[in-house]
Structures are given as C-alpha cells and as structure tokens.
Design a protein around this ligand. Structure first.
Ligand code: MN
Ligand code: MN
Ligand code: MN
Length: 298
C-alpha cells in the first residue's frame, strides 16, 4: 500500500525559519473558500502554520478542489498536509458529517460521487432561494452565490447573505429565523446514507472519521446508535476534540471512541480568521488512553 500521507522535510520559506522547533500539533479538520471557509487553501495552510499546527488536513465540504494548493503550500512552509474531505450524509433522518483523511483525491469513483454531492447542494440552494422568495426574502440565491464566490453554495452562504442584507443580526439567528427546520427557507437534506459515504472514503484509501459527534441534535441513546452504525459500516475514527468544546463533551466523545474501538481525531473545524475564539490547532489535546488516528496516517 502506498503511503497515504505525504511527508515533507523542514523546508525554508519566506518568514518561516527552517529549524524552528515545533511540537506536533495535529488539526485534521479545516475549511477553505472552495467550500464555506473564508480563506483560500494556501492561506489556510499559512494561518495554521503560524498558529502552531504541524499536521493539517484540509476538509472542505464535498470537494477536494483546494487540496492540491494546500499540499503545495504545506511543502513551502514545511508542515505536513493530509488530503481530506468532509462529506454530508444521512443517518436515521439526521444530517451527519464524515471526514475522510488520507484519501486519494484522484480516485475516480470518489470524484464521481462528490460531483453528485455538489449537484445535490446546487439543487438544494435553488430550492432554498425559491422558498425564501416565497417568504418575501428576495434575491437570496444570487446573494448566497456572491458570498460563495467560485465555491459551492452552502447554507452558511445563505446565512451570511441574510446577515449582510439586514434580515438577521447574526448567522445563528439567520438559521433560527429562516434556514432551520420548520422555517421558511428550510429544505430537508437528501444526502446519501452514512454507510455509503463511509464506503466511498475507505475505497479511496482514506480513513473515515465521524465528525463532531456531540453537535448533532440527537439524544445520548440515539447518538450511541449513530456511533454503533458508523463502526459497523467500517468507520474507523471519531473526532474526540471537535473545535472548542467543554471537557465534559470531550470525555463523552472519548468514552464513545473506547466503547466502539474507534481511533480518536482532533480538529478545529476552522472556517474564519475573524472568529478569534477558534484558531487552528488551539483546541484541547486528545485525552490519554486513546489511539490517535494519526498513528494510522503516519
Ligand atoms: Mn462548514
Ligand atoms: Mn461539519
Ligand atoms: Mn467542518
């Protein structure tokens, strides 16, 4: 099997001394402007490097369009980039996210499936725009497209446009008033089944990681059902540290990892440098006693 992580030696780049000692800091969940992040892929890598990250995965929503640029930039600044993705899926009627790490971005089947995801997003975006139009919020689709620039239009872009156009004071309230379940612009997701998405990732040589398990609207009992289904489908790891979360949540995720023999991942879910409270790599360390997913990626 070919190594799934490109390893790069210390490389000098403008502004970054070659031999600056850096403790290992894995941040395996970051977004760029090819999906709903604010920075282009290369800038995400530089920002992560400047924040102390030594190993990152660019995990844009349903697209690997930023990975090549991120890999090139990682070489230039002397850190390790793992090719990644975050794919939307459905489990028991709930939208869940699966991160793929160490995927072969040239896997043609994976790329075909991702093209299908992009088509689903485009269709959903048009429906959201139509429903908002019916609710007398005009030109939302054009506004969200402008927010997305060349990237895929997501609900995050609708939320940003709703704020920019003065329909909501912030993104949280844009969801609450317009985009969430039961609201005028709500369109139920039609993502493929969790098991299918795991299979695409594994078949592309990647490790499937259940993203931010404590963020789904699920009771403890149903969350455990999700984790069990994910493990049964050959899911291999779970994000034990997902962004900034309470120690209690980290402990709950760690317990699930142990119970279902899943490896543990760590990721900020970084999107936006203006969100000063969420900096790449500056999140809790993995608790002891777990098997880090990077043991498998090295
Ligand atoms: Mn996002
Ligand atoms: Mn997510
Ligand atoms: Mn994410």
């Amino acid at each position: 099997m070919a190594p799934i992580v490109a390893q790069f030696g210390a490389t000098t780049a403008a502004g970054f001394p070659a031999q600056m000692p850096m403790a290992d800091n894995f941040d395996l969940h970051l977004h760029s402007s090819v999906s709903d992040g604010r920075l282009p892929p290369g800038a995400v890598v530089r920002h992560a490097r400047a924040s102390g990250v030594t190993h990152l995965a660019l995990t844009d929503h349903d697209t690997t369009a930023g990975v090549a640029e991120a890999m090139t930039e990682a070489v230039a600044v002397g850190i390790t980039c793992i090719p990644g993705i975050e794919i939307s899926a459905t489990w028991a009627g709930t939208e869940v996210h699966v991160v793929g790490l160490g995927i072969d971005i040239h896997n043609s089947r994976l790329q075909t499936r991702l093209a299908g995801q992009v088509a689903l997003r485009e269709r959903r975006a048009r429906e959201i725009g139509q429903r908002l139009e019916n609710g007398r919020i005009h030109d939302a689709l054009a506004g969200a497209r402008a927010m997305a620039a060349e990237g895929v239009v997501t609900r995050t872009h609708f939320a940003r446009w709703l704020v920019a156009a003065g329909h909501a004071p912030d993104a949280a309230r844009a969801y609450k008033r317009f985009l969430g379940r039961g609201k005028p612009g709500y369109v139920p997701p039609q993502w493929p089944a969790l098991e299918e998405v795991v299979e695409w990732i594994v078949a592309a040589g990647g490790v499937a990681v259940l993203a931010h398990p404590l963020r789904y609207p699920l009771s403890s009992r149903r969350l455990e059902g999700l984790v069990a289904a994910f493990a049964a489908a050959n899911g291999q790891a779970i994000e034990v540290v997902a962004g900034r979360q309470t120690p209690d949540r980290t402990a709950r995720a760690a317990a699930l990892a142990l119970k279902y023999a899943l490896q543990a991942s760590r990721g900020s879910d970084f999107h936006d440098p203006e969100q000063a409270w969420l900096v790449p790599g500056q999140i809790a360390p993995l608790p002891g006693g777990l098997s880090p997913v990077w043991g498998r990626l090295g």
